[in-house]
Design a protein around this ligand. Structure first.
Ligand code: ZN
Length: 431
């Protein structure tokens, strides 16, 4: 079967820049003309729409943040009259008000193209059957996968999350070839397949997974249990249409993102200035054709880095790394920005080390020190703690460009909590 090439354009760098400048000018003019909230921001910054003449002018534009969504509740950043809206989605909202986004038909069409690109990037064809095991409802997941799958032309099996019995039935009887779910759902299904010895009876080849943290170990396990050829990490958020902002390709070297639909900046979260190419920083997004609720320099607080150079898969869409953590968790140590996710990435390379760690920051005589406590891996013996500590410290120094002392502690001795584990203990005072 011929691979589909219908949705991902092959654009040159110059073509991307032209599309981005055009889209940026349109977005700023649209937001200025139709949103009192954006107009107030531009006025405060002393900017008028005509001031955007080149892509460098992006750096002069004011930021937007989750606070702007809360301030404008229930329809923040709305830039079109009521009659042009065709849909409303909202995030599940763990605390406080939900993030609500409004969509025009044009926005829904853009989104379904973004999602169709994901299926194309994953190498699906119109003969594939796609088991969509994510939540349907007010949030964007189910709706996004559904419209994208149909627009792409594959067959959607909209089962939603949960109900293992029906999931198993669809996998075996309907011969689903692609699963769309969270990583933990894929693992759950994989374990169920193993338990019932169904591995030879299912035709699953691929999994598109996203929306939560996963470890390489977890991913390798569900790939093996489900007998997958590939799994693909998908990016996205409610504010930016929903899932489908980008997808890993079969080369598995980062996530290709749709640079003709939004601009991605990577900024130092402390200074809000661009980081050097390839350095880790906060993702800040600006939409180029979003009508209902455009985003201008929207701070996602997610950390990643751009991956320079051409991808071996041949796609010209630029790439960023997987999400490496949240900018709110950043530590500044001796002038260096450090993210807990970077430490986790180093620990992954040591099979004798566990995944739990704690960072302790202290100050003596005006000098900052960093001590990192690392758990031994489950079942690992404490034979050569000093050797392991030394090796981890060296790898951390190489990765972080900062020195830390490392202490190896027993498995299970560091505190665990559901949700956000408190990994950083900062005992430096700010005086
Ligand atoms: Zn690629």
């Amino acid at each position: 079967m011929q691979r589909d090439h219908r949705f991902i354009p092959r654009l040159s760098e110059e073509q991307f820049r032209d599309i981005q400048l055009e889209g940026l000018k349109w977005t700023v003019a649209h937001a200025h003309a139709n949103s009192p909230a954006y107009r107030a921001k531009f006025d405060a910054a002393g900017l008028a729409p005509g001031d955007v003449r080149s892509l460098d002018d992006l750096l002069r534009l004011p930021f937007t943040d989750a606070d702007d969504l809360r301030a404008g509740y229930p329809m923040p950043l709305r830039c079109v009259p009521e009659e042009e809206l065709v849909r409303i989605h909202a995030s599940s909202g763990t605390t406080g008000k939900r993030k609500v986004m409004v969509y025009t038909q044009g926005d829904v069409d853009t989104w379904k193209t973004m999602m169709a690109r994901c299926f194309e990037m994953a190498g699906l064809t119109r003969r594939d059957r796609v088991q969509i095991a994510v939540g349907y409802g007010l949030w964007t997941a189910g709706a996004g996968f559904q419209i994208g799958c149909e627009h792409f032309g594959a067959t959607a099996l909209p089962v939603g999350p949960g109900n293992l019995e029906i999931q198993m039935q669809l996998l075996t009887d309907m011969d689903a070839t692609c699963l769309c779910s969270t990583a933990s759902m894929a693992l759950l299904l994989g374990e169920e397949v193993e338990k019932h010895g169904l591995r030879g009876k299912i035709g699953l080849k691929k999994c598109i997974f996203g929306s939560e943290a996963h470890t390489p170990k977890m991913r390798a396990r569900f790939e093996s249990l489900l007998g997958l050829e590939h799994s693909f990490d998908i990016s996205g958020m409610t504010e930016l249409y929903g899932p489908g902002a980008g997808l890993e390709c079969a080369a598995h070297q980062g996530i290709h993102y749709w640079a003709d639909i939004y601009i991605l900046e990577i900024l130092d979260p402390a200074t809000l200035q661009p980081v050097a190419p390839g350095q880790t920083g906060e993702m800040v997004v600006t939409t180029l054709c979003k009508e209902g609720a455009p985003l201008i320099r929207y701070r996602t607080h997610d950390l990643t880095r751009l991956l320079p150079g051409q991808c071996p898969c041949g796609a010209t869409m630029p790439r960023h790394d997987k999400i490496l953590g949240r900018s709110d968790d950043m530590i500044i140590f001796r002038g260096v920005n450090i993210y807990p996710g970077q430490i986790a990435a180093v620990l992954e390379k040591f099979p004798e080390a566990g995944s739990e760690y704690q960072i302790l920051l202290t100050r003596t005589g005006g000098r900052d020190s960093m001590r990192i406590r690392v758990e031994r891996g489950r079942g690992a013996q404490g034979g050569d703690d000093a050797g392991l500590a030394g090796a981890v410290a060296q790898a951390l120094h190489h990765q972080l460009m900062a020195r830390a002392s490392v202490e190896i502690v027993d498995f299970g001795s560091l505190p665990r909590s559901f949700g956000k584990t408190r990994r950083v203990i900062d005992e430096r005072d700010d005086s």
